[in-house]
Design a protein around this ligand. Structure first.
Ligand code: MEV
Length: 448
């Protein structure tokens, strides 16, 4: 009876892991023991590693696997990388590897970090005289810095910290709305904790200081702090990655000339610069590469996604993040993208696979990681546009998809080999694969 009835529970987070699982499997599953087996199957056999993962979040019941693949042969500023990628979509790693190999023979990727500034804001409401507020800000600014000195000391010793604090009048957008708009340099840290700690101290100093600021009336002394939080919009934490080669060197097979390919490719990019429906899918393909490396290196892909899409819409229309042109017979293809990443702090010292991924990348600084991630996005977009403008995307996709379908149908290794060969010259669909497998099992084999 309890099954499928919604049932609330209080004190769930205080139950032991075993009790949580008991409650879940008996409340929600028709076959509780089967559900329990699946949950336990995904536990790590090493109790310490399991405990580590349990403690990343609340109410952990098991682990959720995603594959960690690698894409070798990325030549970035003349240094070779094998890039770790965590992603479930079957064609992404293969496409990245293909693009890496293509550009390896054509000079590789060139990258540059353009800026590394991050932003945080204290949002507050003040209904008094703006001139008095400005005077108060001037008066309190040194104290804002001195009150955060213990938080910023380590970062400042390494060359980072608070770059500037501005008072911003936002009353045109909302009555009484002002901000402390603060810029930070967080070096190798993504900086969320550092920035938020500084901001919360600013808010406290601001609120307390206002109470005793002589120019303020009693009403003006009551500055109302709404919230203090970093911004995931980081248009001044920007990286550029580029590939270029002679147009004729774009020729890879007899299928299409370098000139024809460059022409089509540039058309495809320029469509994504003017048409938001296409731009979203175009940029989604870029994020296939970006998110996969961001995840593998233990970074916050939601922060990156939010910041990147806002950047893509910064001129008031959502557009392509990549650009392409031919100039003096040279094909250029590049991306400029905001990326707030860290290679210290967060999961980087905790998650064994994140540590492994960072070692695979030669222990990059945050700036180096920005460049690697931007390259993964550019490579992914190159691979997608190359397929889309020549063979179409389904050919490559279905090849990778074939393996997934064969696994779903329970094919053994021999069957997988035979059918992979067969489908080199046949169209892949779920039905075609299951029929071919059926024939293979019941008759003399597949032919044709
Ligand atoms: C699929 O995950 C990504 C693509 O749709 C990207 C694109 O269309 O450019 C292939």
């Amino acid at each position: 009876m309890a099954l499928f009835m919604s049932k609330s529970i209080s004190g769930f987070s205080k139950l032991s892991k075993a009790k949580k699982i008991d409650w879940i499997v008996t409340t929600y599953f028709s076959n509780s023991e089967e559900a329990r087996t699946i949950i336990e199957q995904y536990w790590n056999t090493d109790a310490k590693i399991q405990q580590l993962h349990d403690e990343f979040i609340e109410n952990t019941i098991t682990n959720y696997y995603l594959p960690l693949g690698v894409a070798p042969n990325f030549l970035i500023n003349d240094k070779l990388y094998t890039i770790p990628m965590v992603i479930e979509e079957s064609s992404v790693v293969a496409a990245a590897s293909k693009a890496a190999k293509f550009w390896l023979d054509r000079g590789g990727f060139k990258t540059k970090v353009l800026s590394t500034t991050k932003i945080g804001q204290v949002h507050f409401i003040y209904h008094g005289d703006v001139h008095k507020l400005r005077a108060f800000f001037k008066h309190i600014k040194p104290q804002l810095l001195s009150d955060t000195a213990s938080i910023t000391k380590n970062m400042a010793d390494r060359g980072g910290g608070i770059l500037d604090i501005e008072l911003r009048d936002k009353t045109k957008d909302k009555k009484g709305y002002y901000q402390l708009h603060v810029s930070f340099e967080t070096l190798n840290a993504m900086g969320a904790n550092f920035i938020n700690s500084c901001l919360e101290q600013f808010a406290k100093t601001l609120k307390d200081g206002a109470k005793s600021f002589e120019l303020f009336s009693d009403e003006e002394k009551k500055i109302d702090i709404v919230m203090s939080i970093l911004s995931n919009y980081v248009p001044d934490c920007l990286v550029r990655a580029e590939v270029s080669c002679k147009v004729e060197d774009l020729t890879e097979s007899d299928l299409i000339s370098g000139e024809a390919f460059a022409y089509k490719f540039i058309q495809a990019v320029s469509i994504a610069e003017v048409e938001p429906y296409r731009a979203v899918t175009h940029n989604k393909g870029i994020m296939n590469g970006i998110d996969a490396v961001v995840l593998a290196t233990g970074n916050d892909f939601r922060a990156v996604e939010a910041g990147v899409h806002a950047y893509a819409a910064r001129h008031g229309r959502y557009r392509s993040l990549t650009h392409a042109k031919v100039e003096d017979g040279i094909f250029h293809f590049w991306i400029e993208i905001p990326l707030a990443l860290g290679t210290v702090g967060g999961l980087t010292k905790l998650h064994p696979l994140v540590k492994l991924a960072l070692e695979l990348l030669h222990h990059p600084s945050a700036k180096e990681l920005m460049q690697i991630v931007a390259v993964a996005g550019l490579a992914q977009n190159f691979a997608a546009l190359r397929s889309l403008t020549t063979t179409g995307i389904q050919k490559g996709h279905m090849k990778m998809h074939l393996l997934n379908i064969l696994n779903q149908c329970g094919a053994n290794e021999m069957e997988k080999q035979t059918l992979t060969e067969y489908f080199k010259s046949h169209t892949v669909s779920h039905r075609a694969v299951s029929e071919a497998l059926h024939h293979l099992r019941s008759g003399p084999g597949v032919s044709g």
